[in-house]
Design a protein around this ligand. Structure first.
Ligand code: CO8
Length: 266
């Protein structure tokens, strides 16, 4: 299959060549922020690629040199009710779990900012390759919310509870070298080289037995999001929605959109 009409999307560019799929999030004007349309299209796209028996590996990246994805779309979240926030969070979690359980290895080529939902998206992939200019973080507490696409579950599983706590509770953004040192990414490559390096790795995987690779991933992920539990995701969703009950979420997100510092309640 090549990138035919069934792989045409508004917010994604999708190619499949020699058994390697590449999904590029294509909203560079908002640093590839994840709105509902992106998540819906990603879900549909994964559903179609799952059917492709000749697929050996999948790569996920962002359009442009600046961002992989700078998070969930803040302008789409600013006026959400707690119920809408819970639904959006639940849908994002489900799409990222689908990615985690995708039948072939998924490599994130992190070419710039991977913040909030962008970092969660990268963490749902199996392997992360970062360009030197990439930046990682869960800055949600500065917006009056908590991570809502699984970050409270993925991050401790990948870097350990103490480091995850420090990063999530401060919202600190780290560079690629630090991300490598704490095991958040597998490899750092020169700026502009993340996709090429991911393709090289995908070709190594594609040269192995496809059946063996698929079965190895199934054994590790148990067809899903192991070792994470669905109860943890549900808890995150619940606390994420709670943040939309108080004034800090609206203030934090308005402040970002108005390019000023937030004034949170004390
Ligand atoms: N959402 C919407 N728009 C965004 C986002 C975003 N996350 N990030 C950047 N943009 C837009 C900016 O508003 C700006 O638009 P405009 O040109 O119209 O003003 C454009 O992209 C370029 O951004 P900047 O001018 O800010 O570029 P800078 O180089 O000055 O800064 C940063 C780059 C540091 C990446 C900065 O844009 C930034 O801090 N972005 C927000 C990062 C962030 O806080 N991400 C977390 C979002 S919350 C989240 O992801 C929660 C996940 C769970 C959600 C659950 C759903 C309910």
């Amino acid at each position: 299959m090549s990138a035919g009409t069934d792989l045409c999307f508004e917010t994604l560019v999708v190619t499949v060549s020699d058994g390697i799929g590449v999904i590029t999030i294509n909203r560079p004007e908002s640093l590839n922020a994840l709105n509902l349309k992106v998540l819906q299209e990603l879900d549909t796209c994964l559903g179609r690629l799952e059917q492709l028996e000749t697929l050996s590996a999948l790569i996920l990246t962002g359009q442009g040199e600046k961002a992989f994805a700078a998070g969930a779309d803040i302008s789409a979240m600013v006026s959400m009710s707690p119920g809408e926030a819970a639904d959006f969070s639940g849908f994002g979690q489900a799409v990222f779990q689908r990615l985690s359980g995708f039948p072939v290895p998924v490599i994130a080529a992190v070419n710039g900012y991977a913040l909030g939902g962008g970092n969660e998206l990268a963490m749902a992939c199996d392997i992360r390759i970062a360009s030197q200019n990439a930046k990682f973080g869960q800055p949600e507490v500065g917006l009056g919310i908590i991570p809502g696409f699984g970050g409270t579950q993925w991050l401790p599983a990948i870097v350990g509870v103490p480091r995850a706590l420090e990063l999530i509770l401060t919202g600190r953004v780290i560079d690629a070298a630090e991300a490598l040192s704490i095991g958040l990414v597998h490899k750092v490559v020169p700026a502009g080289e993340a996709l090429r390096s991911a393709e090289e790795l995908a070709r190594v995987i594609a040269s192995k037995s496809g059946l063996a690779v698929r079965n190895a991933k199934k054994a590790i992920k148990r067809d899903g999001h192991a070792p994470l539990s669905l109860a943890g995701f549900a808890l995150e969703r619940q606390f994420f929605a709670k943040c939309f009950e108080g004034p800090d979420q609206a203030e934090g997100m308005r402040a970002f959109l108005q390019k000023r510092a937030p004034k949170f309640q004390r």
